[in-house]
Design a protein around this ligand. Structure first.
Ligand code: GN1
Ligand code: MG
Length: 373
């Protein structure tokens, strides 16, 4: 905590004093702190970047500047529209005008504005929350829909490329001897879906799916909701904003919102993909994103819903095999447990395929009827 306090000192102005630094949120990549200044009159977010994961922190900040600037402009132009009460987070420079403070250990620290009067959604309590999560993602995509994807850098190359994850998995699993029952389940699960998994990347290669700017990590606790009204007002954690397929974001948001037991579910038999929440997320999303969504964007949506938990389960299991080098854990089997939760979610999605496709079709019809309104 002392290191955080020392880092925080670089982001206050001379007439401000730091009155508290505490751990904040549940991210499993960076270390995040809430810094209180002037006895809580002002709050900022401080983060120690995980530079093992983000090997090019400058690229992360470059993208952040670009998107913040663009979204601010868009919000001025559309101040009464869909994003009327939207809050865009801002990067806070150090006292000497830099993006980062680099400490004696070589760690990168940066500060971000605090989203006022809001809390992370954390748990979806029902369709209202789910609708807000979808709406937030739709607003974010829409605000960025006229910024050219080529202007942004790939902060994590191949981040959602499941072929890359499979290749890496193959290298790691080859060294594994005598897997137990849980691991046999994971390995078989991956084999059974291996040939289908590149479906979105194939669509990208064949230019059937449009490349746009995506968030990359729109899980439920990255969505900020007004603490009184519950209305979504922002989406945070912008380090993975880069060129990609909106289908990845939609699938990831659904993966996170519609699994009522969460990512750390203890009882695997209770893991389920909730259809009411799915419908709420998708209609919230399409309501806000209808101005840019095209008919073909809907074609790959079921695959995306199925793929994103598969991809994350594959990443969790591979990380377990590698000794938990990427996702932070509290116990050695946690990433194996997390992988199984994601795979159970995939099974639940597969079992409900017809119903999920029907929801997608319903949203497609409503969305295309209201395009440009
Ligand atoms: C990571 O940033 P954080 O901890 O919210 C991960 C996501 C996963 C998520 C699962 C950069 O998100 O891809 O979906 O964990 N982010 C990165 O909880 O790898
Ligand atoms: Mg993240």
């Amino acid at each position: 905590m002392n290191r955080a306090l020392q880092a925080a000192e670089n982001f206050r102005s001379r007439d401000e004093s730091i009155t508290g630094v505490e751990k904040y949120g549940h991210g499993i990549i960076h270390d995040t702190y809430l810094v209180r200044l002037n006895r809580g009159a002002k709050k900022i977010i401080l983060q120690r970047l995980n530079s093992e994961v983000f090997k090019d922190p400058e690229a992360v900040m470059y993208n952040l500047h670009h998107i913040c600037e663009h979204i601010q402009e868009q919000m001025k132009i559309n101040s009464t529209g869909v994003a009327a009460d939207w809050q865009m987070l801002q990067n806070i420079a150090t006292r000497d005008g830099r993006d980062f403070f680099i400490d004696a250990a070589g760690d990168f620290w940066r500060a971000l504005s605090f989203i006022r009067g809001a809390v992370p959604l954390e748990h979806i309590t029902g369709p209202d929350d789910a609708g807000e999560a979808g709406r937030a993602l739709g607003i974010f995509h829409w605000l960025l829909s006229d910024l050219s994807p080529e202007l942004l850098l790939e902060t994590l190359p191949g981040f959602h490329n499941v072929e890359g994850y499979l290749k890496h998995y193959d290298e790691v699993v080859a060294k594994r001897n005598g897997p137990g029952a849980a691991e046999k389940y994971c390995q078989q699960f991956i084999e059974d879906r291996r040939s289908w998994a590149p479906v979105l990347e194939n669509g990208r290669r064949e230019k059937i799916i449009t490349v746009r700017i995506i968030h990359g990590d729109p899980k439920v606790n990255n969505i900020m909701a007004d603490r009184v009204t519950g209305r979504a007002v922002s989406i945070i954690d912008l380090d993975t904003v880069m060129p990609g397929l909106v289908q990845y974001d939609i699938g990831d948001c659904l993966r996170s919102c519609c699994s009522t037991m969460g990512e750390e579910a203890a009882d695997l038999s209770a893991v389920r993909f909730d259809l009411d929440l799915c419908e709420a997320v998708l209609s919230g999303y399409t309501g806000a994103a209808r101005k840019f969504l095209s008919n073909t964007d809907f074609d790959f949506l079921f695959d995306a819903v199925r793929l994103l938990p598969f991809e994350l389960g594959l990443r969790f299991y591979t990380d377990f095999l590698e000794g938990n080098v990427y996702f932070r854990v509290n116990h050695l089997d946690q990433n194996l447990d997390r992988a199984q939760v994601q795979f159970k979610l995939v099974e639940s999605i597969e079992q409900q395929e017809d119903m999920i496709r029907a929801i997608i079709e319903k949203c497609r019809v409503v969305c295309l009827a209201n395009t440009h309104q």
